[in-house]
Design a protein around this ligand. Structure first.
Ligand code: IPD
Ligand code: CA
Ligand code: CA
Length: 289
């Protein structure tokens, strides 16, 4: 009996091209429904919307990825885990669903590939702006041109994107502590924005369109592609476990991050993030009654 040959794993550049193609194929049709009648459902609570387009788009992405790279596992926000093989794809069909559903043009498709525990390729596509961020192990690209993160400005002149705090942070850390942290960031940075979409925020740091981003409730499908794009562009990504994962967990599996442009020195952001991490570790270590 002859053994079934093991399919070759595409190299990182090939996986990047697959991620780009599929993100574009799946994302472009969303521009036709964006700002139309979109019926909205909710997952865990009213802060967690979902639309039929999230589910449909993820199914399209899954089918295209499996057709191009059959030896794949797809981990998607909407349908969970499917497939089998050495290439693990982390897929967010629409990152920034609340914006998509409201008609606010800050959302994207995010597809990241992990092989042997290492992020090797990814694409983040903004269909409204027709902007494609991508990376493999050799570099990062913006619309096919090499992407180099510029040197970040001083904190007092810099722009920060963060969605922190949300109601969950009030619940877990206390409203006063969370708002005090936000207040420190508002005072320290020249500009603070909370546009939503972790993936697109990280890509904005990679492009130097903002100097930093921070998030404290993300999943692997939000950040896998964008971590590689940011790091290969020359920015930095510091994961935080919040006590929810063992120290040393791979960055894309950590629930929080601080992301900075090249060479950034942002002491207030570091201090506030460390305070959030410490408060959340204390919560995680407290047994539930
Ligand atoms: C959310 C966005 C948001 C981040 C949340 C994510 P979704 O993803 O990326 O910016 O703060 O943690 O869950 O629900 O729009 O795909
Ligand atoms: Ca998301
Ligand atoms: Ca999503």
């Amino acid at each position: 009996m002859t053994a079934t040959p093991t399919p070759a794993i595409p190299d990182p550049a090939q996986l990047r091209v697959v991620a780009e193609d599929v993100a574009r194929q799946a994302g472009t049709p969303l521009t036709r429904v964006f700002r139309g009648e979109i019926s909205i459902g909710y997952k865990t609570d009213l802060h967690d919307p979902v639309t039929v387009h999230d589910k449909r788009t993820e199914a399209v992405i899954r089918d295209h990825l499996l057709a191009r790279v059959p030896a794949s596992v797809i981990v998607g926000e909407e349908a969970g885990r499917t497939g089998d093989g050495p290439v693990n794809w982390f897929v967010d069909p629409i990152d920034g669903t609340a914006n998509f559903a409201a008609g606010l043009a800050f959302w994207c498709v995010s597809i990241g590939a992990v092989v042997d525990g290492r992020i090797v390729a990814g694409a983040v596509f903004d269909p409204v702006a027709d902007t494609m961020f991508s990376a493999d192990t050799d570099g990062a690209w913006l619309n096919g041109e090499p992407l180099e993160c510029p040197v970040a400005r001083d904190e007092s002149r810099a722009a920060l994107i963060t969605g922190y705090p949300v109601q969950r942070d009030f619940r877990l850390e206390g409203r006063d502590a969370a708002l005090a942290g936000l207040g420190d960031l508002v005072s320290a940075f020249s500009t603070l924005r909370r546009p939503g979409s972790a993936a697109l925020s990280l890509c904005h740091v990679a492009a130097g369109w903002v100097d930093a981003a921070a998030g404290f409730g993300v999943n692997a499908w939000d950040v896998t592609a964008a971590i590689l794009i940011l790091e290969r562009a020359g920015g930095s990504y510091t994961p935080l476990t919040l006590g929810l994962r063992p120290d040393g967990t791979p960055a894309h599996h950590c629930p929080a991050y601080v992301a900075k442009g090249r060479g950034a020195d942002f002491p207030t952001l570091d201090r506030v993030a460390a305070g959030i991490d410490a408060r959340r570790r204390a919560v995680a270590a407290t047994p539930a009654l």
